[in-house]
Design a protein around this ligand. Structure first.
Ligand code: FAD
Ligand code: NAP
Ligand code: MG
Length: 457
């Protein structure tokens, strides 16, 4: 084991899950391989490591982060809780079910801070390229030490790609947009709604980014929010000030025209049109090529690249379950790299993938999505020693969450859920979400209850 070398690319939740999986084996007294994690940012946390920057970073690298100020969890925290590190263990008291980004960032770090995980990570280091030698069965990685402006090569037996897939914008073109006089950006570059106060805002897209940036902009004082959908509207009952229209056909000056013949003047446009799975550091024959969906083809168990299983992908699925799904994947990939889980023949792998794809083709609403992803996780869990958690119960919470959003998109984040890890019921946040404009950790954890009434009295 000692002579084996493993490269993990990315220190976001998926990459950190991989490190944690090895640490957990080490704690059981097992000999683990040598691990090096390469992270192009100066800190870990991936998406959860907020940056004010857009475009390129200090060293000219494309900015990874797509998160923004005032971002609150869009699902109950009980649905993403690590089964080996609970919220109770971290915060020492019950907290609400929908914490803001800094609180979840703190939680992610809490688990990994307990070990010496930082020692495994080379920060400010980008993987530029890699090759695989069929004879030696080793990967050569070409790395760029950004701080020292120095490139170097290293050899590894396995490579774990944990670089996320919500970073490279999918940016469509609409006739006339090149002459639009206001701001035009992709959700990837959105950093908070402050700039849209009193503005008429157009969001193109009908998924999570459109919904969340729309609701945040409404909450923080945009004059109006218009969501423009290509396939289907989000279809919630929106408050006055948010509306949905079919797809934009073209722009004339600052007026957008829609498929239903209507038009409206806007100050700014945000493309909430999703992301590309992008792996510029991989030769095309090793690249995962997929849309954003719950079962990308060519990955056995959603992890092992079919033509070269020493190349492992984590977190490449669209996500209901997040942190705990990455964990179960990381535990299984660890077992494989440690020789404790054997892959079946290529034919068996193909059969298994086809079975899952067949099952996925029959899924056609969000509730079935949740069941599908739950089944996927249960399949992984029974193959590993990741601490069991009640995946179905979490699935029920997701379904309640879907219902809560439908009931009221402005208040669903005030609801509370019970942890399947500790049995603890979440606390109510001291301030209703619509009135809470401060997303800091300090404000979130403060003891004094500044409810609406006490503020007003
Ligand atoms: P990421 O978090 O994207 O981390 C990938 C890491 O790889 C980054 O640190 C990046 O710098 C690094 N990297 C990339 N390329 C290279 C390279 N070539 N060399 C070295 N390092 C590299 N999930 C939830 O559960 N709840 C939420 O509320 C939620 N909100 C979200 C909001 C937004 C706007 C977005 C975009 C996503 C949200 N998610 C949410 C989903 C989120 O993607 C996951 O929670 C999680 O961050 C995915 O982890 P990951 O490690 O797979 O990828
Ligand atoms: P997404 O779920 O992949 O959705 C992409 C959207 O873009 C779809 O509505 C798609 O419409 C639309 N689209 C794509 N190409 C288009 C085109 N050419 N013209 C018009 N519309 C087009 O991406 P996302 O909404 O950015 O979400 C990504 C991730 O971020 C999710 O995991 C989500 O959970 C996370 N997120 C979380 C929060 C939070 O509150 N914490 C906030 C934002 C995002 P079709 O249906 O027609 O394909
Ligand atoms: Mg098990």
């Amino acid at each position: 084991m000692k002579n084996k070398r493993i490269a993990i690319i990315g220190a976001g939740p998926s990459g950190l899950a991989q490190i944690r999986a090895f640490e957990s084996a080490k704690k059981q007294g097992k000999e683990i391989p040598e691990i090096v994690c390469f992270e192009k940012q100066a800190n870990w946390g991936g998406m959860w490591n907020y940056t004010w920057r857009t475009g390129v970073g200090k060293f000219g690298e494309p900015i990874h982060g797509s998160m923004y100020k005032y971002l609150w969890s869009n699902g109950p925290k009980e649905c993403l809780e690590f089964s080996d590190y609970s919220f109770d263990e971290h915060f020492k008291k019950p907290i609400s079910s929908y914490p803001p980004r800094p609180v979840l960032f703190d939680y992610i770090q809490g688990r990994i801070n307990k070990s010496n995980a930082r020692d495994y990570i080379r920060f400010n280091t980008t993987l530029r390229w890699l090759t695989f030698n069929e004879e030696t069965e080793k990967f050569t990685l070409f790395l760029d030490d950004l701080k020292n402006n120095k490139t170097y090569e290293e050899k590894f037996d396995y490579v774990v790609v944990a670089t996320g897939h919500f970073s490279t914008p999918n940016m469509p073109f609409f006739e006339g947009i090149d002459d639009f006089p206001g701001a035009v950006m992709h959700a990837h570059d959105f950093r908070g709604a402050d700039q849209f106060i009193d503005k008429d805002l157009l969001l193109i897209g009908s998924s999570y980014s459109a919904e969340d940036i729309g609701v945040q902009s409404y909450k923080h004082g945009a004059k109006s929010v218009t969501l423009s959908y290509r396939s289907n509207p989000i279809g919630l009952s929106w408050p006055e000030g948010i509306e949905e229209r079919p797809l934009v056909t073209h722009f004339e000056g600052n007026t957008a025209f829609f498929k239903d013949g209507t038009s409206k003047r806007f100050d700014a446009v945000v493309m909430c049109t999703g992301y590309q799975h992008k792996f510029p550091f991989l030769p095309s024959y090793l690249r995962l090529k997929t849309e954003n969906n719950l079962y990308p083809d060519h990955l056995y168990k959603g992890i092992f690249f079919q033509t070269q299983p020493k190349l492992i992908y984590l977190g490449m699925q669209d996500q209901y379950y997040t942190f705990n799904m990455f964990d179960t994947q990381a535990w299984l990939s660890r077992d494989y790299m440690m020789g404790e889980f054997e892959l079946p023949s290529k034919e068996e792998q193909r059969k298994d993938i086809d079975l899952w794809l067949e099952k996925y083709s029959k899924v056609d609403d969000p509730k079935e999505d949740v069941d599908f992803q739950a089944d996927y996780i249960k399949d992984l869990i029974q193959m590993t020693d990741y601490p069991e958690f009640n995946v179905d119960k979490v699935g029920e919470m997701f379904k309640q969450w879907l219902q809560d959003k439908e009931d009221n998109i402005l208040t669903y984040r005030d609801k509370t859920f019970r942890s399947v890890v500790t049995g603890t019921m979440a606390a109510e946040h001291h301030t209703e979400w619509m009135d809470e404009l401060d997303d800091s950790l300090e404000r979130y954890l403060m003891k004094e209850e500044k409810t609406k009434e006490t503020v007003l009295s």
